[in-house]
Design a protein around this ligand. Structure first.
Ligand code: ADP
Ligand code: MG
Length: 617
């Protein structure tokens, strides 16, 4: 087109598109769910804006919050239209090509190492999946603040933008036209699209319509049959509606099948979270999780908690523990305020960027909160300040921690104070190993929780797992540790280091192992920080066995030994004074090793010093 302005795709976006076009990925279906998800996001946005400014919604058809799918078999075009917020010219340029999102390069990298294209939506680049099935794509869009524009690209490194002077005006919203490749003709079949929408988009909160052919029963006068013979050659007579009595009063009619085209609703907009937990099946929860998380792998969520809170603040919530940690969970943990919780007020989507609904350490949870108590007609900023949010947050944390605790309680591999019968154990068999799996994916979050959340520190400490000098490769809990503490042992012993292998060789362990004490191994850099916050558990103090203060019961000989070696220790202290040594002591903590440097009680352990030097967390 003459008036079109040309733009180059940003380099990473261009690479991404190349990968998608050349992909041999067999599940090309995913493009549809990505487009529907974008349409739904755009509708959420306009509905949200209209809460505080009714004008923006417009009137008539424009105000209909719906998604429409049309098939043009002749020209091999599949189009998806929404009446959402739309995109200005600038939005089109930025969102669809020139500004790479943070997920772009992460996704490109994943794809180059055999990653799953199915996860494209999680990386925030779902739009480009259209090039799995199309070789030419047009995006027609009308935003309230701008004229109607067309974005178009053949995925050849560039795209063009033109003011739209030829298409029908959209009123508001976006229509995406996919010019399908020959291999993708199946997406012109109505049956295929109906199946796909059912499969992938059943939880979309807006009606999705397909312009579909339909056979309808039409009554035609029987005597017109002959004159219409040619037109009706494709219809069949199914039923003769005539009785003896009617014959004289009415003209003869008959019912024939005719094919018409009309908008057919494909989804029933189930708000799973508003239903009673008793009525929702496991499979529905799993499917809902997949659509929420944009995670369409085969894995089910590890667990979920569906509940409603009553009282001053009423809300319904559904929380999931994902089967795997998302790719960027601990990346930029401290500066990202990303939450995976969607906030709804009376079924109206408000935001998924409320950073204060859950604390950071629980940001791995996915879910939905829908509150009747929060006001609908205020800005997001005002809502963020609303006092009810505190209550909601508190309850969400409590429920989340309960849910995680249950993962452990139901796992027959897990230690529990409660003895289990064989029957109970076999009933639990399918939950075997689930807590270890959880720990593997999200253990670090529990540790960060202990550091960040003083109120729930004890609850979180119960969820801790670690290896120890007696755990034999298995994971141990603090409760299990305590249950087998030696009589007379007051403190919980632990040692920090970079690996289990290193710790097993530590001279600090010699005497403790010989005397049959169990020592916890902390080998994650975050453990050093953790132990600065976790002072005690169930009235027991933690003792780093490489630090001053280790007490191993009474040793009557120790006093005499101290006396007789006083001269040596005094000399030593003097000799090492300038090296930063506080004191030199006779101790019973060693067995084979003659002497060892220990850290003072309030000092950093040597492991911590290493970490500080490496500045890793
Ligand atoms: P994501 O949806 O995760 O942001 P996408 O690649 O699917 O990533 O979409 C990129 C961006 O393009 C969206 O963030 C949005 O700003 C814009 N966009 C895509 N489709 C639409 C649409 N139907 N209506 C309005 N904006 C859209
Ligand atoms: Mg998207």
């Amino acid at each position: 087109r003459n008036s079109a302005e040309k733009f180059e795709f940003q380099a990473e976006v261009s690479r991404l598109m190349d990968i998608i076009i050349n992909s041999l990925y067999s599940n090309k279906d995913i493009f549809l769910r990505e487009l529907i998800s974008n349409a739904s996001d755009a509708l959420d946005k306009i509905r949200f804006l209209a809460l505080t400014d009714k004008e923006v919604m417009g009137e008539g058809d424009t105000a209909k919050l719906e998604i429409q799918i049309k098939l043009d078999k002749e020209n091999k075009i599949l189009s998806i239209r929404d009446r959402g917020v739309g995109m200005t010219k600038e939005d089109l340029i930025k969102n669809l090509g020139t500004i790479a999102k943070s997920g772009t390069s992460a996704f490109v990298e994943k794809m180059q190492t055999g990653g799953d294209l199915n996860l494209i939506g999680q990386f925030g680049v779902g739009f480009y999946s259209v090039y799995l099935v199309a070789d030419y794509v047009e995006v027609v869009s009308k935003h309230n603040d701008d004229k109607q524009y067309v974005w178009e690209s053949k995925a050849d490194g560039s795209f063009a933008i033109s003011e739209d002077t030829w298409n029908e005006p959209l009123g508001r919203g976006t229509e995406i036209k996919l010019h399908l490749r020959d291999e993708a003709k199946e997406y012109l079949e109505e049956g295929k699209l109906k199946d796909l929408v059912k499969k992938y988009s059943e939880f979309i909160n807006f009606p999705i319509y397909l312009w579909a052919t339909k056979e309808v029963d039409v009554e035609v006068p029987a005597d017109e049959e002959e004159s219409n013979e040619e037109e009706e050659s494709t219809t069949e007579t199914t039923e003769e509606e005539e009785t003896e009595d009617d014959e004289e009063k009415k003209p003869k009619t008959k019912t024939v099948k005719e094919t018409t085209t009309e908008w057919e609703l494909l989804n029933d907009m189930k708000a799973v979270w508003l239903r009673s937990p008793k009525e929702v099946t496991e499979e529905e929860y799993a499917k809902f999780y997949h659509s929420l998380a944009k995670d369409f792998g085969d894995d089910k969520p590890m667990s979920w908690s569906h509940f409603s809170a009553e009282g001053d603040v009423e809300f319904k919530a559904l929380l999931f523990v994902p089967p795997k940690a998302p790719h960027d969970l601990y990346e930029s943990y401290y500066n990202a305020n990303k939450s995976n919780l969607k906030l709804y007020v009376r079924r109206v989507f408000i935001s998924d960027e409320f950073d204060d609904l859950l604390p950071k350490y629980l940001s791995f949870l996915m879910g939905i909160v829908d509150s009747d108590t929060l006001p609908l007609n205020v800005s997001r900023e005002m809502l963020q300040q609303h006092s009810s949010l505190k209550t909601i947050k508190k309850k969400l944390i409590r429920k989340a921690l309960d849910m995680i605790r249950k993962l452990a309680e139901e796992d027959p591999d897990e230690y529990s104070n409660k003895e289990k019968t064989d029957d109970e154990k076999s009933a639990m068999e399918e939950k075997k190993g689930q807590y270890a799996k959880f720990w593997n994916e999200f253990g670090k979050s529990v540790k960060l929780g202990i550091i960040e959340d003083a109120t729930n520190r004890n609850r979180l400490a119960k969820l801790l797992r670690f290896e120890s000098s007696k755990s034999d490769g298995k994971l141990v809990s603090l409760d299990e540790y305590i249950s087998r503490m030696k009589s007379g042992q007051k403190d919980i012993f632990y040692l920090t280091g970079s690996s289990k292998e290193q710790l097993e060789k530590s001279p600090f362990l010699e005497q403790l192992t010989k005397k049959n004490y169990e020592v916890i191994y902390f080998t994650d850099p975050v453990d050093e920080y953790l132990m600065q916050y976790l002072m005690d558990y169930e009235d027991k103090k933690f003792q780093n066995v490489s630090k001053e203060g280790l007490k191993l019961g009474k040793d009557s000989k120790l006093k005499d030994l101290k006396e007789s070696f006083k001269e040596l220790t005094d000399w030593w202290k003097k000799a090492l004074d300038t090296e930063g040594i506080d004191s030199v002591k006779i101790s019973n903590r060693l067995h084979n090793t003659p002497c060892v440097v220990v850290t003072s009680k309030y000092g950093w352990s040597s492991n911590m010093e290493k970490i500080m030097q490496a500045q890793t967390l």
